[in-house]
Design a protein around this ligand. Structure first.
Ligand code: NAD
Length: 420
């Protein structure tokens, strides 16, 4: 009998027949979800010879929800996602004038899914923007609940904007606003608690998966008390709680100051040979060029919300684009996780059975790994790579490859299954 996934003492319990809620998504959502569900079901059947099976439960959100219930995000959907712990979704339209900034942001906030996890790797044969794409293999942890995404903004001429500017004048900071009469105002909260829980998830991931480094990406040279403190708090946390497992660039700088650069380099080399994780940092703009020029220097990345948004799409482009880039939104403390395609609804392709379903299929792979069903996850990943390597791909890849065979969205899913 099908039953719910449960979570207790930081442990997920998954039966052989778990109920998993899914949101089909808007625009191209139904196209890619149908292909993905078929692939996931076939992989589970193939891997466990019928002893395991997912019981899918559709929950409404987005345009489908609005058409059926008059609400974009019915409370029943949130209740089901909360009580079932693990869910998966396609892309959702951002309602225009619907009273909600974005359904994705609302879902992340409501369930406090603070870590957006995006693995970025190259699949053999995929058309890539960089020369040696096989050097790319990192996992980006983006903070999901703070930063300018908090939605505290006041439009020009509003009472809110005027009051904030008045307060800044009282604090002696008003002169820093170049055009106070015509400014809109936005607020950027970055907390110690939020920074540490995100970074800790990234570091735990690095330890569990034998990764070599965690890089803190920030713009702390300019935003000293938000992005700069993200760097400070997370370095301090690593040293205070993971002392014997890590070597930080803070330690490197201390050794360099007390002794010299050779001693600091030697200490880092020794830490690397002992298998310690190197905790380092880089400024966001430098990082954007380095992931293109020296991608193999990066492994696990921890960053804040806005940086993470830019970085993940740019990194995805380096190895084939957002059509093939999966993601998960996770609260590692409560156990809630929603896996999702990272791209949008691409409305002009909706219903054409044309786009690349890899993003949501690979999100399914992440979900299977999260559930501990790793055999099925690995099977899909390899079969998808084989389809790309054999140049049997959807239009987005076909137009960038020589001699490729063009497949529809559904045919690409079937191609994966035929490679099992
Ligand atoms: P988009 O990602 O929907 O599409 C941009 C372009 O990317 C498309 O025109 C297409 O060329 C390409 N593309 C996207 N997905 C593809 C796929 N699977 N295969 C091949 N090519 C693909 O971005 P947009 O046009 O800026 O946004 C459209 C809507 O999606 C908006 O309402 C936006 O708010 C929403 N959106 C949702 C999410 C989400 O649900 N996670 C993310 C981003 C945007």
């Amino acid at each position: 009998m099908a039953d719910k996934i449960t979570y207790k003492d930081e442990k997920l319990t998954v039966s052989n027949n778990p109920i998993i809620p899914f949101i089909e998504g808007d625009g191209i959502g139904p196209d890619i979800w149908n292909a993905a569900q078929k692939v996931i079901d076939a992989a589970v059947e193939h891997s466990y010879e019928g002893s395991k099976k997912i019981e899918w439960l559709e929950v409404l959100c987005g345009e489908k929800a609005f058409d059926k219930t008059g609400e974009w995000l019915p409370s029943e959907t949130l209740d089901i996602l909360r009580s079932h712990y693990v869910g998966i979704k396609g892309p959702l339209t951002t309602p225009v004038g619907g009273g909600m900034r974005s359904l994705n942001v609302t879902l992340r906030k409501e369930l406090d899914l603070y870590a957006c996890v995006r693995p970025v790797r190259w699949f053999r044969g995929a058309p890539a923007a960089i020369i040696d794409p096989y050097r790319v293999n990192f996992v980006l942890f983006r903070e999901n609940t703070e930063d300018v995404y908090s939605g505290i903004e006041f439009p020009k001429d509003s009472d809110g904007a005027k009051q904030v500017i008045d307060l800044l004048n009282e604090l002696g900071e008003g002169h820093k606003i170049r055009f106070p009469e015509s400014s809109s105002i936005g607020i950027k909260p970055i907390s110690k608690e939020g920074s540490i829980r995100l970074f800790d998830s990234a570091l735990q991931y690095a330890i569990k998966h034998n990764r070599k480094s965690v890089t803190i990406v920030h713009k702390g040279n300019i935003m000293k008390f938000t992005e700069g403190y993200f760097k400070k708090w997370t370095y301090e946390h690593a040293e205070a709680h993971y002392g014997d497992k890590v070597f930080t660039w803070m330690e490197y700088d201390r050794i360099k100051e007390e002794k010299d650069i050779h001693a600091a380099n030697a200490a880092q080399s020794e830490a690397e040979s002992e298998g310690k994780i190197i905790i380092k940092d880089v400024i966001a703009d430098a990082f954007l060029q380095q992931i293109l020029l020296r991608p193999d220097e990066y492994d696990v990345i921890a960053t804040m919300n806005l940086n993470g948004d830019y970085l993940s799409d740019s990194a995805a482009a380096a190895v084939g684009g957002i059509g093939i880039s999966p993601g998960a939104n996770i609260n590692y403390k409560s156990g809630h996780a929603i896996f999702e395609a990272t791209h949008g609804t691409a409305p002009k392709y909706a219903g054409l059975d044309k786009v690349n379903p890899s993003s949501v299929i690979l999100s399914g792979v992440m979900m299977l790994q999260h559930m501990g069903w790793t055999e099925a996850a690995t099977l899909i990943e390899r079969a998808l790579e084989m389809a790309i390597y054999n140049k049997r791909v959807t239009y987005d890849f076909e137009r960038l490859m020589h001699g490729a065979t063009l497949l529809k969205c559904s045919e690409f899913g079937d191609e994966i299954i035929s490679n099992f």
